[in-house]
Ligand binder design. Structure first.
Ligand code: ARG
Length: 562
């Protein structure tokens, strides 16, 4: 960014202030090819002012520009092309990374403001789906990114541990369940009951009434219902925590939907006081017509509450508890309407902070082009995916580096990292198809490729032994220039990823940096003894630092050897 300012200042000076600095900054372009320099200024904007053709203006500007900070400034047609002073620039960038290490790219966008992140939030008694994986890894990466930008993220797992599905589960358990079977394999057994319920209730609709009655009992505190619910919840949570441990992700709070049971009356009261509740066929609703939304159903005919009622209570609780500057919900885009309703009801309640609530939606994961759904039992089980990925990584390592010490640990980091990276490298909103072989490849745009590039940089540094980075010189060769420019871009990438809530910015950046580094390494003998050797090594060390930090921000480990 600073270099762009330098270019802009040069233009402003050469045009005697005819254009404002801001105006010039906005017009500066980055040419497609390096033959045309690092930055270009199109002289079109000056044609009206000077009453001349831009092709004529460009060379005249070049005459007036001082070379301070540039290797070369030249006119090509209507453009003024700037070539940065590679030596000065590379020295500055490398010094910065070497000095700041993992703190390179830190910035204060958040002024330590609290940002609760609603993430993962799987449903009790069902396995975690790939959709929940997306929420978990996107939420975790956003938390790391926000921290780097000096926000204070609070990771909240809003467990789906309440709702009508528990009525169904209890009914199913009462009909076909066995304690022994559940104890042996809780998640799969409970899922089996749940799936079976949905198959049978097609022909026996009275089962749905029974299920509703059980949920009503649960909300009313019936002992048998509560005991079963508690048991299902504990078993499920144990299982989820196993997966989180595998992913290396933790939470600041496990306050799920049930946590808000005693906090919903207040919501209903406020809605009533403000005259927002209306009766509609025995149920209580909030009309949202002026937002162009369907009415929000707050209470059902039988008095039981709904998903949105619990979310209203949660939103208010979070505002009171954290006094947040933003409140994020990392949830699939199929719930967009729900979050629009949530925000609209809060707005109607007079809470202006509802403007700071952001739904961070993401696309679907399909498998073989088909949508995944727990209800139909057609889920890719996350645990299986992770285990398979680790196994694939093991095979690759056995082929490529059979003597690697701590092979199993590395395979775990590579396999799990591959799944996380694959998820994050796609733009959040894109749907994508999941194909394990592709995810764990060591080549192409994968997590293992980035990890491998990092390990390669580390191995060069190991070979070099003890080197001092005290006396660096500038690098001006074409091969290192691409790497230097990428390194200098890192802080801007962090800013963009935070502002767009988009971890893919960092994943794509890490792939680019890896590619440039590997290309550099293929062309250049880093370890040759000459006066630039330590600077080249400083660049290799900088690449290792920035790749490792990029992976960390995504929630992926960077083994030193693989
Ligand atoms: N448990 C829900 C589901 O699996 C996601 C919950 C998202 N968070 C929220 N506050 N509504 O679909």
């Amino acid at each position: 960014m600073e270099q762009k300012q330098l270019v802009a200042q040069a233009i402003v000076a050469a045009t005697d202030g005819q254009l404002s600095l801001e105006d010039v900054v906005a017009k500066i372009e980055v040419p497609k090819s390096y033959d045309l320099g690092d930055y270009a200024f199109p002289a079109f904007a000056l044609a009206k002012i000077y009453h001349k053709a831009p092709q004529q203006i460009a060379p005249e500007l070049v005459e007036k520009i001082s070379l301070d900070g540039f290797d070369k400034v030249e006119a090509v047609g209507p453009y003024v092309n700037f070539f940065l002073d590679k030596k000065a620039f590379s020295l500055e960038v490398l010094q910065e990374v070497i000095d700041q290490q993992a703190n390179y790219g830190d910035q204060d966008l958040g002024h330590a403001g609290n940002v609760p992140i609603d993430m993962s939030s799987p449903n009790i008694a069902k396995p975690m789906s790939m959709g929940h994986l997306r929420s978990t890894v996107i939420g975790n990466s956003l938390a790391e990114l926000l921290k780097k930008a000096n926000y204070n993220p609070i990771k909240i797992n809003h467990l789906g541990d309440w709702g009508t599905q528990f009525g169904k589960l209890i009914e199913a358990y009462k009909l076909w369940g066995s304690e022994e079977e559940v104890k042996k394999d809780p998640i799969n057994t409970l899922l089996k009951y749940y799936v079976h319920f949905h198959q049978v209730d097609q022909e026996q609709p009275e089962l749905d009434d029974e299920a509703r009655a059980w949920f009503k009992k649960l909300e009313d505190g019936d002992e048998e219902a509560i005991n079963l619910w508690t048991w299902f919840r504990e078993e499920s949570l144990k299982f989820f925590k196993g997966i989180y441990a595998k992913l290396g992700i933790d939470f600041d709070s496990y306050n799920g939907e049930s946590f808000y049971n005693d906090k919903m009356d207040e919501i209903v009261e406020i809605l009533q006081d403000k005259g927002l509740l209306q009766e509609s066929r025995g149920a209580e609703i909030v009309d949202l017509e002026k937002y162009n939304l369907n009415p929000a159903l707050i209470k059902k005919t039988d008095g039981t509450t709904l998903y949105i009622t619990r979310d209203l209570a949660a939103a208010l609780y979070r505002f009171r508890t954290y006094n947040f500057v933003q409140s994020l919900y990392v949830v699939g885009n199929e719930q967009t309407n729900h979050f629009n309703q949530l925000k609209a009801v809060l707005k109607e309640m007079g809470y202006d902070w509802s403007d700071e609530i952001h739904h961070i939606p993401f696309g679907l994961i399909t498998s073989g082009g088909k949508k995944l759904s727990t209800r139909r039992g057609n889920v890719i089980l996350l645990e299986e995916v992770l285990n398979d990925a680790v196994e694939l990584a093991q095979k690759q390592i056995a082929e490529k580096n059979p003597d690697l010490p701590n092979k199993d640990e590395v395979a775990e980091e590579v396999g799990v990292g591959a799944v996380i990276f694959h998820d994050l490298k796609n733009d959040r909103l894109n749907n994508f198809d999941f194909n394990l072989e592709e995810v764990v490849r060591f080549e192409g745009e994968t997590g293992p490729y980035v990890q491998y590039s990092h390990a390669r940089a580390m191995s060069i540094l190991r070979k070099a032994g003890d080197v001092s980075f005290d006396q660096l010189v500038g690098l001006n060769d074409e091969e290192s220039w691409e790497v230097i420019r990428q390194l200098s871009n890192f802080p801007a990438m962090i800013k963009r990823a935070v502002e767009e809530y988009e971890p893919s910015v960092i994943a794509k950046y890490a792939i680019h940096l890896s590619k440039s580094f590997n290309k550099y390494y293929a062309h250049t003998k880093v370890l040759t003894d000459d006066e630039q050797k330590n600077t080249r090594l400083a660049m290799v060390a900088s690449v290792a630092t920035v790749l490792k930090e990029s992976l960390r921000l995504l929630g992926v480990k960077a083994p030193d050897e693989m």
